[in-house]
Design a protein around this ligand. Structure first.
Ligand SMILES: [Fe+2]
Length: 321
């Protein structure tokens, strides 16, 4: 009789331990982040540049889809301005002719949104020239697509998003077109996404300059002292980036080199980004329309320039996973 009681007690304790361990296992499973590398239509997404980052100061896993230079030009029936209509058609044809599969920016961007959703990315990073001009049809295109996104996004200006060629970076463009992006950005100059042990910091350098008014905001964010990825549109110059750019363009297209004269505030911002005092560990950008990678500054910070999304090319940033 006593023996039977002992066996019963043992069975109860054993069951309790199993249930307890199972419970812990389920909790760990439910709380762990699970990312995916989903299938995609390769007519639309023609290449994914995988950027694997291991950082000992970051304990968690993160995944981001990052793109630049979609240069969307969408013509819809509501556009009545003849100059804008003509411009939209010309620019649409220009970038469509560079797409290897002859597919539209509508198809490409929809596929990128689906890919971002299916990969369970922490955010979609848009580093400028996503739309080619601030026509209402382009703004609507952005709104409609970003509405379908199931995660966060971070958007910084390219030189084209907020200007037509006949109002290129003019006072009128600043006052009339830039505010159209208030719905997509927390702040038009400096915005960021903050995670437990990571910050993605977007800085507007679309005029080849970083404004005086951005400096304090940048400093405040860097002083949070979290590992930080900086997202720009125009890359910071290195000798290699300069040489590769000059092979395909007749001008330099990065800031901080000899080709583009920068203001004091821009130099101060670059110095902060590259400073050993802060924890910037990666710089991502676009603008040049080729994929380049180099290291920069005393800390040898990797800088990646994205290939253009109008060719269907995007990047997948994987941190510690
Ligand atoms: Fe650009």
């Amino acid at each position: 009789m006593e023996k039977r009681k002992k066996i019963k007690r043992f069975c109860l304790v054993f069951c309790f331990i199993i249930i307890f361990l199972l419970g812990i296992g389920i909790c760990i499973f439910l709380n762990s982040k699970r990312y995916y590398s989903p299938q995609y239509n390769s007519n639309y997404i023609t290449g994914i540049n995988i950027i694997n980052i291991v950082n000992k100061d970051i304990k968690n896993k993160y995944q981001f889809v990052f793109l630049s230079d979609l240069h969307a030009s969408i013509l819809d029936e509501n556009e009545k301005d003849e100059q804008i209509k003509k411009f939209l058609i010309e620019r649409r044809n220009l970038f469509a002719s560079s797409n290897p599969n002859n597919c539209s920016v509508e198809e490409i961007f929809e596929e990128i949104i689906n890919y971002t959703n299916n990969s369970k990315a922490d955010a979609l990073l848009l580093s400028g020239d996503i739309i080619d001009s601030p026509a209402n049809s382009n703004i609507n295109f952005l709104r409609q697509n970003l509405k379908n996104l199931k995660t966060k996004y971070l958007y910084t200006f390219g030189n084209h998003d907020w200007s037509f060629t006949w109002e290129y970076h003019t006072q009128k463009a600043k006052e009339t077109f830039r505010p159209k992006f208030n719905e997509f950005m927390d702040n038009l100059e400096v915005s960021y996404l903050e995670y437990k042990d990571l910050i993605v910091l977007a800085i507007d350098d679309s005029t080849n300059q970083i404004s005086e008014s951005s400096l304090e905001k940048i400093k405040n964010i860097l002083e949070k002292n979290k590992p930080t990825i900086v997202m720009l549109h125009v890359p910071i110059n290195t000798e290699y980036i300069k040489e590769e750019t000059l092979k395909i363009r007749n001008r330099e297209s990065s800031i901080g080199g000899s080709g583009i004269k920068i203001e004091e505030s821009t130099q101060k911002a670059i110095d902060m980004i590259l400073s050993e005092k802060y924890k910037v560990f990666y710089i991502i950008s676009g603008h040049i329309h080729i994929n380049l990678q180099d290291k920069i500054g005393a800390k040898n910070i990797p800088e990646v320039i994205s290939a253009p999304a109008y060719e269907g090319k995007i990047n997948l940033i994987k941190i510690n996973n």
